[in-house]
Design a protein around this ligand. Sequence first.
Ligand code: AGP
Length: 574
Amino acid sequence: MCGIIGYTGTEYAKDIIIEGLSTLEYRGYDSAGVALGGDSISIYKKSGRVSQLNDLIPNSFSKIGIGHTRWATHGAPTSRNAHPHLSFDGTIAIVHNGIIENCDVLKKEITSRGITFQSDTDSEIIAHLLALEDQSNMVQAVENVAKKIEGSSSFLAIRKGDDNIYCHKKNAALTIGIGLDGNYIASDMLALADHTKKGIVLSDDETAILSKDSVSVYKDGVKIKKQLIDISCKPPKICPCYMQAEIDEIPTALQNTYDSFYSTIKKECIEDIKKAERIAIIACGTAYHAGLYGKEVIEILANKPCEVYIGSEYDRARFISSKTFAIFISQSGETADTLAAVNRSKELGAKTLSITNVANSSITFLTDYALILEAGPEIAVAATKSYNSQLLMLYLLANELAGKKVDKEVVKKLAEEAAMLSTHSIFTESMAKDNLFFIGKGIDELSAMEGALKFKEITYKMAEAYPAGELKHGTIALMDKHCTVIALATNEKDKQKLTVSVSEIKARHAKTIGISAVGEIGCDISLFLPKLSDPLLYPILSIIPMQLLSLSTSFHLGINPDKPRNLAKSVTVV
Ligand code: AGP
């Protein structure tokens, strides 16, 4: 959710922290703040964007700092609630990513000591608790505080008159970057990309102390050895609209996903999946929709029973055991609900595979096997190219389970067609006013669900996905001239049924737009998809016009599609 960054070294910290926060802004952007340390601690924070915060901060000689860009959980997105938070005695500043579940109990304990809270956040608790600890042993102090906190809590702290950054990781990711000019820590490797290629990924319940020339990591009070790994990643290029750029990158992403699958998939993984009695796919949001597609292709091609669960609902999955093979799909690899599902599956004995877009992410570390999409960094909050890549990865996996290798030419053709489709628009101005419905049958209904999610996320308008044949059982009551219906038809066997649904909708005066691979289905306007070798591949293409129409509607409404209200790219709270 929130983005956090820290630096201690020989360079001035202000610019490093601000730059890092700009990279991390896609994780949360309702407010931001910086604490610059040294002999004293200066805090600058503001509701709104990082660029506005930068204007607030005077030039500073401080060479240690921490910064935060927020997605509000406790307390409104105001300057007062923005991080960093200062301890009651002004000696400690903290930034925090997570949710303190026992916040009320801890707040009561702290206020009973006569301490007044300066914000409505749960995070401020950490600053006060640390200041109340015996600070002659900071590792112990940090660990004591971490133990008092229930929930997900990764935090950084700096002290007055001290050049060290004290860090603790619980659930939300933290990566340390080892630089020539000092040491860095961030919630996302992308924020370290300009500074170093070497780093350490902290695991849960680890505490780290960063000085300008050393890094020490501890667990349960004992110093531990951590592996130095390659954390290099391509920082995303600056562009006016990331979502547009990411849709344009779909053809490249697909080809990279193809190469990544065949160079990474392990025989043992395929064997383990084949041995399992059932497959469970767990994911959230867009990745969940990809999971629904995964079920279809795995059941159809590999003839294996497969259930799909929304991450936050996975506690309802009752038959997970050592006979289950669990597949987790997550663009970021950090989604807290999916992460919790990984842990639960492992506890219940299931073998696990992750499909993420971020190597070295928490979920990839935890699973037995990992596949990386290699779609390239995705910055826009609304997932686009990662979804297309997830579908392709699942298609390749299902074929592999069926003992078939997909020819590279198939994906090359798919990528070419995806590039062609990116130039077609089905946007009409009425979409910005109307209620939208996305309908389809079979596998197309899943694409409709993703189409509707995209539309809601970046236009703030009501949109609903429906199985075409189910409309007449109630929802058709909503149809009138104020509705636009996007009808998907990619399967010859469903053509007749879709045609009937469209005529029922038209009879109620709603506007209809078809996305069809089976010719005319009677819509007012139609976009025809090119012929593909396998109809199961259509969802990889049919989503593109829907991604584009959401984007055009968002522009039309004057919304910034990259940073829609109330959302954040990586949802690291449950
Ligand atoms: C996608 O457009 C959304 N922003 C959101 O639903 C996202 O897919 C979901 O939060 C899961 O994220 P993940 O893929 O990083 O796990």
